[in-house]
Design a protein around this ligand. Sequence first.
Ligand SMILES: Nc1ncnc2c1ncn2[C@@H]1O[C@H](COP(=O)(O)OP(=O)(O)OP(=O)(O)O)[C@@H](O)[C@H]1O
Ligand SMILES: [Mg+2]
Length: 248
Amino acid sequence: MNRSDALIEIDTIRKSFGDFQVLKGISLSVQKGEAVCIIGPSGSGKSTILRCINGLIPIDEGFIRVGEHRVHELKTEKQMRPLRHQVAMVFQQYNLFPHRTALENIMMAPVQVLGHDRAEVEDRARKLLKKVRLSEKADSYPGQLSGGQQQRVAIARALAMQPEVILFDEVTAALDPETVKEVLFTIRELVEDGLTCILVTHEMKFARDVSQRVCFTDRGLIVESAPPAELFDNPQDPRTREFLGQVL
Ligand SMILES: Nc1ncnc2c1ncn2[C@@H]1O[C@H](COP(=O)(O)OP(=O)(O)OP(=O)(O)O)[C@@H](O)[C@H]1O
Ligand SMILES: [Mg+2]
């Protein structure tokens, strides 16, 4: 039984590392097709939230559901597998395989992990390369690509698994300003296509333009959550105001 019709449902999760409580009761629900941005100071728990959602970190207390997967109840890697196919994650470091071409990087997991037909996967991979505007780089190795190009290959690789949700963790943080634009453009298109995603970002303008909702985290709590125009123009909590005062 699901508690709500949201695609992702997080209820009062808590997580400590040793004596340090990193998440102090986080609740969030995300509808199918919704793009939610998480903003907040360094160390406030943003990455930890994402890692709990796809089961990379077990939570101490609370409830997490993604689709039909009750994440907090999954214990073994084998139990996690179906969840990991449904939830893709893209990180700041793109972690492409250096000795595989862009096309091969995109094809690997669908062929090896999902056991999909090679020809069908290649077809899908080429379409995805086109989508991230890198068709001409199919046969390039990661070392021959710019940071932004590598990040777009990483996004295509995530999409190749046909996930229901993608979690983006500061995917532009390591890029130079020109390249940031290309990557944000790609993500914006995916959101417009109806991809469900949660994006941790320091790009406030992007958060404002692309998301339906922005959550501001501070010291392990979601302090404030609102549509971007509200949160950026009329923040209610003093901590949100202070943070926005520093970054805007
Ligand atoms: N595996 C771990 N073991 C111990 N402490 C951890 C671990 N992972 C995260 N932390 C701590 O939890 C806190 C939250 O970390 P998290 O990475 O979620 O922050 P963040 O909001 O993503 O920050 P940033 O904007 O710098 O990426 C930090 O104080 C961090 O040091
Ligand atoms: Mg982080």
